[in-house]
Each structure stands twice: as structure tokens, then as C-alpha cells.
Design a binder for this molecule. Sequence first.
Ligand code: TXA
Ligand code: MG
Length: 307
Amino acid sequence: MSISSRITQDIEQACHTLKAGGIVGIPTETVYGLAAVALNEEAVSRVFRAKGRPTSHPLIVHLSPQDDIKRWGVLNSTADLIAKTFWPGPLTLLVPRTRLVPDWVTGGRDTVALRIPAHDMTISLLETLNEAVVAPSANRFGRVSPTTAQHVVDDLGDAVDLVLDGGQCAIGIESTIVECTDSSVQILRPGKVSAVEIAKVTGLDISMTDGPSRAPGMLLAHYAPSALVELCDSLTGAQDRLEHYAARGTPAEILHHDDPAIYALSLYDDLRSADLRGSEVVMAVLPPLGGLGAAIRDRLTKAAASH
Ligand code: TXA
Ligand code: MG
């Protein structure tokens, strides 16, 4: 496969493109984001158009460690503690917004999602740019998130101006979203930073969302390949299903890794590859719940709900 001319390692060029109102794929430790300067309404609207995403779905504001968080959000003492412990890192804080934050970022909500990503190239970019960027995952709406620069170009093609190539994302699934708007703390999307870790740091009981989600898009079918995703409780269960499909001549494959870190790292690439191989069904073996397991199960469950 040829490397697209849209892919670059030049931080200055990425900075220049963003400053000019362009949209740029940026590497983070979780997945690639589709960045635009947060305070540039026209640039942000191009992000929604490129993704095919409803504008009512709010975006995460990405900041550098040098930025003044208080310009963007109101952090209570718990939020402050979580930020100091886990940033830069794979965690997004949902907090009350300040007057600086425009409606086009939050979809008119009174909260804002903030994150300092742990990726050297993107931190350099943000420091050079000296502006915050919005960055949803750089995939078409509802599809599998990208974990390489090539995935971004494969998904968005001409719609993205440039992709900053920072290699393969180290974690492979999106950040943990933690709502911290009052004294309670709630996880709206599980990720690498687990409820147990947050409870340890804050000394609080951490609840996971159930019922209607407060983060739009979270309960919808999401993260879906073209293949049907079928959930299996065990590898032997998946092998039985594989035989069943083989007998019917249906191209099918098993998705399974013993190590949850490897499972997360390769999850989206595995789903993309299954489509490229022409598999019609992917039997995904659910990992145990602990640590990254909860986040992987969340994404697989949503992928399975898409058909
Ligand atoms: O790891 C990540 O978080 C990646 C990388 C690129 O940083 N970004 C990412 O963004 O996953 P996105 O847009 O694909 O997912 C963010 C989720 C969306 O479901 C959105 O609805 C929710 O966060 N969200 C953002 N701002 C919100 C707000 N003010 N209130 C409720 N939900 C919000
Ligand atoms: Mg996304």
C-alpha cells in the first residue's frame, strides 16, 4: 500500500495547517484524533463534516501540560487530584465549562470534556501551536477508531488535510471519561485508567454509568466493522461457532488475545483486518472484567450491537 502524501512527521507543517483553519489527524496514546483549533468555529465544523458526526455530539478539548486548565473548565478538588495524578494520560475529565468554551465544542452543554494526551509529538504540536484543539477519534462516525496514521487516511481520505504520523498508538482504545461535576465521580466510558485506580486516588466510590448515558453517542451502536461481531464467553465457545460457520461456508474468524494489553492494542486493527480479509463474522472472546478488560468488553459489546 502506498504511503499517502497527506502523512507527515513534520510538526511545523501540522501546526501551520491547524493555524490556517485546517483539520489534522494527530497521534495520541489512545487512538488518533481529528484535530481543529477549538476556538475556530469553521474549522470545528469541518471536523463534524469529515466524520459525518451529528453536531449535537460534543468534542474533547485537548490541552498541553503548559496550558492553564482553569481557562477551560472548573475543577473541584477531586477533579484537580485526578488531573494531577493521571495527566498527561488516557483520561478525559468532564467538568463545568467556563465562558471561554464555545457552544460549537459542547453542543450547547454546560460541561466540557478536557484531556492532556501523553504523546510527545502531539504535546510538541500543542506547545508550538499555543492553542487548544478539539479532537474526536479520527474515524467516520460509528466506525472503528484509527490506531495508525494510515487508518486515518483509509477512513477519511481527502476530507483530512494532513495526518501527523506518531506511529502506532500505545494503548489502542479511547480514554476513560470521568464525570466530575459535583462531589460524586462517575465513569462514562471505561478505558485504560480503571475505576479501581481512580477510587484509590480519590478515596471515593466510583460508579459506572448505567441507564441513559450522559455522554451522547455512548449508548449507540459504535466501533463497528462491516463484519458481524458475535460475543463469546470462552475460546471453546468461539471455536464451536467457527465450526458452525465453516459448515455453512460462511467466512468467519475468532478474535482473542490472552493479554488484555495486547487485546486493546490490536483490537481496532484486528477488526479492520477482518473486513479486509472478507470475514463476514468475527467471534470475539470477552476478556475478564479487571483493568483494561472492562474497556475492551465495552467496545466489543457496542460493535456487536451495530447489526
Ligand atoms: O482517547 C480519546 O478520548 C480520543 C483521543 C483522540 O483523545 N478521543 C475520543 O473522542 O475518543 P470522541 O469524540 O470519539 O469521544 C468522546 C466522547 C463522545 O462520546 C462525546 O459524546 C463525549 O466524549 N463528550 C465530549 N464532551 C462531552 C460533554 N460535554 N458532555 C458529555 N459527553 C461529552
Ligand atoms: Mg469516537
